[in-house]
Design a binder for this molecule. Structure first.
Ligand code: COA
Ligand code: AMP
Length: 630
């Protein structure tokens, strides 16, 4: 069937389409139907089925004869080690870990926070939770103690699973002291913590609260898979919104399994048994979907890569991993390729590696700039597929579905809507705009299986943030257009979210930290274009009247404050002091206009501006920092 026929078959009968896709999953009890719309505009999928995610990702493959196949390959250039785990071994490791968690009281519905680097134990922790029906929430290691504390207070975990340390080039990330500090700050306290002691940095344990990863498993019987209802939350993943309070995206179990399984063959074009590699981090949605669940549910081998595209040890690392493990389909963020291209523009290092296993490269997480796509196409000589999705959706909204049909590539577009997605560009009044016209990109409800049904503990926020602006639609927060052939172009965010090295960050959250500095009266953070990371945050500070401290000192302090409060991942390194901020007459800061000045792109002075002269002052300050053509 062609893409057009597949999409049309979904349009004709979505219920039949998804019930058929659900056949690929093992059910304890089959669902009577796919969509449950009784609570519209909140929708649920496969709600009356009973299922277990760990069974589908692990046990069933062992039963089906995949026991000796590698499930996980941990390739860690930062430690110089590679460790391969078969499906049989994974089953035992996960069942033992789950058994030990259950012996300490973790049950279906309990939350468990996972704060770990790129080690196989991070996936095992996720799967052990899934085995028990416990709801995991993985927190990215680049977030500092305060951000972890915010998530602890929102998710209220019974247990936290962490490692003693992570490894960034040139330094260790002290996970355990960060965890101790987060538990200290948080109001909610977990019953216990389980710590994976890594030999390069052994952490101090808190007597009675902390247990060793291996020792706490001693004597606990292995746990079987606990069946859960189709709409039972598999996990909560916090993502940036417009404020400092992150949004807890809820992932329902059954829809997640069905959609991810469907995507592996139809979008990524791999067959069970092949090696799939997503070079991201388990702390992001790409890691949840395409390092952990999708490849395993589909019976692939997944690569857990603990390193960087450059510097570990060089810009040939990705090629080595692809060659060594015979990777068939590879997924990463465009920023990683920009980093490689900068170090090795001619692609000389490619000559050292035979990449014949590789059939396609998939890029997502941020806009893929044409120069990067063209470079990758020319050097790798395989299809380079830009595809678009979000933490909220859990799997691609738009892609070029290689497993169905390789559609013509239009560089600059993540191609077309996948079955399940009715994507529209809307005007302010919520009416679809003509092809080629810029609009707010929205998806007609219901969203397909696997997408967020709500936000954790925040249904009102879910409705307000996603459903209220365009009734009948899900608002993606992205702006763009759709051309005459149905190709979607994603151009920018419509909110205060910025994208730094494929990481989604909130300028609002950074502003909250800047505003907490005693000398700062008012502030704004914008995203400026960066050749490597796509965007970088830049702060503007108005100091309190009478503050006569050196400006550089205040700037250095706020930079340190953001690193301390949000974490190094914010990459907040630059700020400047200005007298005033440009605002509308109603007091709204004109961040988008400031970003355009910084990038040197054409802009119209907004008609609602209070005092246009302030824009000149901003341009001057930006030139002082080397922006705005300075
Ligand atoms: N734990 C702790 N700190 C982390 C971290 C982690 N898991 N990941 C990143 N950081 C730190 C980095 O060490 C860096 O700290 P520094 O300010 O001390 O240098 C900071 O957070 C910013 O990280 P990042 O923006 O990722 O930049 P980088 O210097 O690590 O380099 C590139 C990253 C430029 C090589 C980039 O191409 C890349 O690979 N980014 C990751 C892309 C990605 O996986 N995106 C996920 C979506 S698919
Ligand atoms: P995250 O939730 O962290 O995955 O970030 C999702 C956001 O990243 C989207 O809403 C987009 O703004 C951006 N994004 C992801 N993939 C693409 C892409 N292929 N093209 C353009 N923007 C993208």
């Amino acid at each position: 069937m062609s893409y057009a026929e597949t999409y049309a078959s979904w349009q004709r009968d979505p219920e039949a389409f998804w019930m058929q896709a659900a056949e690929a999953i093992d059910w304890v009890k089959k669902p009577s139907r796919a969509l449950f719309a009784d609570n519209a505009p909140l929708y649920e999928w496969f709600k009356d089925g009973l299922v277990n995610a760990c069974w589908n990702a692990v046990d069933r493959h062992v039963l089906a004869g995949r026991g000796p196949q590698y499930a996980i390959i941990h390739d860690s250039p930062v430690t110089g080690r590679t460790h391969k785990i078969t499906y049989s071994e994974l089953r035992n490791r996960v069942a033992s870990l789950a058994g030990a968690l259950r012996a300490k009281g973790v049950e279906k519905g309990d939350r468990v926070i996972i704060y770990m680097p790129m080690v196989p134990e991070a996936l095992e922790a996720m799967l052990a939770c899934a085995r028990l029906g416990a709801i995991h929430s993985v927190v990215f290691g680049g977030f500092a103690a305060h951000e972890l504390a915010v998530r602890i207070d929102d998710a209220k975990p019974k247990a936290i699973l962490a490692a003693s340390c992570g490894i960034e080039p040139g330094r260790y990330v002290h996970y355990k002291p960060l965890l101790d500090e987060a538990i200290e700050i948080a109001h909610h306290k977990p019953d216990f913590c389980v710590i994976l002691q890594r030999e390069m940095e052994v952490a101090r344990m808190v007597e009675g609260r902390d247990f060793g990863w291996h020792s706490f498993q001693y004597g606990a019987p292995q746990a079987d898979c606990v069946p859960v209802e189709g709409d039972h939350p598999a996990y909560i993943l916090y993502t940036s919104g417009t404020t400092g309070q992150p949004k807890g995206v809820v992932r329902p179990t059954a829809g997640h399994l069905v959609a991810l399984h469907w995507s592996m063959k139809n979008i990524y074009g791999v067959d069970p048994g092949e090696v799939f590699w997503a070079a991201s981090d388990v702390g992001w949605v790409v890691g949840h979907s395409y390092i952990c669940y999708a490849p395993l549910v589909h019976g692939n081998t997944t690569v857990v890569f603990e390193g960087k595209p450059v510097g570990t040890p060089d810009a040939g690392t990705f090629w080595r991993v692809i060659r060594d493990h015979k990777v068939a389909s590879f997924f990463t963020a465009p920023t990683a390729f920009r980093a490689i291209k900068r170090e090795d523009p001619e692609g000389r290092l490619l000559a050292d590696y035979d990449l014949k296993s590789l059939r396609a490269l998939f890029l997502a997480g941020e806009r893929a700039d044409p120069a990067t796509i063209e470079w990758a196409q020319e050097k790798l000589k395989v299809p380079v597929i830009d595809h678009w999705w979000q933490t909220e959706t859990g799997w691609p909204i738009a892609a070029n579905p290689l497993g169905i049909e390789a559609l013509p590539v239009k560089i600059g577009s993540p191609s077309v809507a996948m079955p399940g997605w009715d994507v529209q560009a809307l005007d302010e009044g919520g009416h679809p705009v003509p092809p080629g016209t810029l609009g707010a990109i929205a998806v007609k409800l219901p969203l397909p299986p696997g997408t967020l049904p709500t936000l954790w503990n925040a249904e009102d926020r879910f409705r307000k943030a996603y459903l209220s602006h365009f009734p009948g639609y899900y608002e993606t927060g992205d702006a763009g257009f759709i051309d005459e052939d149905g190709y979607i172009y994603i151009m920018a965010r419509t909110d205060d979210v910025i994208n730094v090295a494929g990481h989604r960050l909130s300028t609002g959250a950074m502003e909250e930290v800047l505003a907490s500095h005693p000398d700062v009266a008012e502030c704004a953070v914008i995203g400026v274009t960066d050749a490597l990371k796509g965007q970088l945050p830049l702060g503007f500070l108005c100091l309190n009247k009478g503050c006569n401290r050196p400006r550089e000192a205040v700037v250095a302090e706020v930079v340190a404050l953001v690193r301390d409060q949000i974490g190094p991942v914010a990459a907040f390194k630059r700020a400047c002091v200005v007298e005033r901020l440009p605002k509308t007459r109603s007091g709204k800061i004109l961040r988008a206009t400031m970003a355009k000045i910084a990038d040197g792109t054409a802009f119209k002075t907004p008609a609602t501006i209070d005092d246009p002269a302030i824009l000149d002052e901003i341009a001057l300050a930006l030139r002082g920092l080397g922006y705005a053509g300075g």
